[in-house]
Design a protein around this ligand. Structure first.
Ligand code: ADP
Ligand code: NI
Length: 218
């Protein structure tokens, strides 16, 4: 009964976010959402989480992002209003909103430990920022913001392990150190951790190659 309820809703949500994200080129096109949704299903099935709920939350996870709304609260209400127009119980709405809040949550306040489903979707979203896709998104985003791909002026001695590395001006490569290289350690499900391992390795391989080529060493 509940699975049927969510299946119809998943289709509606897919159509809604396709319209919302349309031609976005800042890293939040529909395909980002679609990849998160597929990874969320993969993780949910392995972790024994509610796969339909995870898939639905993944589809909706960026619809209320504060990048597209005046505030986090406004974004949350936007998704909530859409859900209230669907044939879905209040209990399901509350669960979904809780997952989406966890995923877009920027840290700070004392939230209770997230549900398994929230952790699944959060891991799935983080996975899309690492590995080959993560690298592609990072350079797309930097281009979109008018940032450089790399500023060679400040060159760390050990580029891979240096934790404190910061560049004065932002660049795509800088973002690896600011965020991407840290994500694999932030995974909270076993399956997410496993999936992140190879993607993380790929980031390191990419950086080694990038700097070797930059110096004309290969
Ligand atoms: P999310 O999908 O978690 O909402 P963001 O909106 O923070 O992610 O970023 C979208 C994509 O752009 C991600 O892949 C992220 O790594 C990348 N990105 C974010 N900020 C920067 C930046 N300053 N430079 C390069 N890439 C960035
Ligand atoms: Ni996202």
């Amino acid at each position: 009964m509940r699975v049927i309820e969510l299946k119809g809703l998943i289709l509606n949500a897919e159509n809604w976010v396709k319209q919302l994200f349309g031609e976005d080129t800042s890293g939040h096109d529909f395909y980002h959402t679609d990849r998160v949704r597929k990874a969320a299903r993969t993780i949910a099935e392995k972790e024994g989480a509610d796969a339909e709920l995870c898939e639905l939350a993944a589809l909706l996870h960026d619809a209320g992002d504060d990048k597209f709304h005046p505030s986090e609260e406004a974004g949350k209400q936007f998704v909530k209003r859409w859900l209230q127009k669907q044939e879905v119980t209040n209990e399901t709405i509350e669960k979904l909103v809780d997952i989406i809040e966890t995923v877009s949550f920027k840290g700070g306040n004392n939230r209770p430990p997230a549900s398994l489903e929230a952790r699944v979707v959060q891991d799935a979203d983080r996975l899309d920022a690492i590995g080959a896709i993560g690298i592609a998104r990072c350079f797309m985003f930097a281009g979109y913001k008018g940032e450089a791909m790399y500023h060679p002026e400040l060159k760390p001695r050990d580029i891979i392990t240096k934790e404190a590395y910061r560049q004065e001006r932002s660049s795509a490569i800088n973002h690896f150190y600011e965020k991407l290289l840290k994500l694999s350690e932030l995974m909270t499900t076993e399956t997410g951790k496993q999936m992140a391992r190879e993607r993380h390795q790929f980031l390191e391989t990419f950086l080694h190659e990038f700097f070797a080529e930059w110096e004309g060493q290969r």
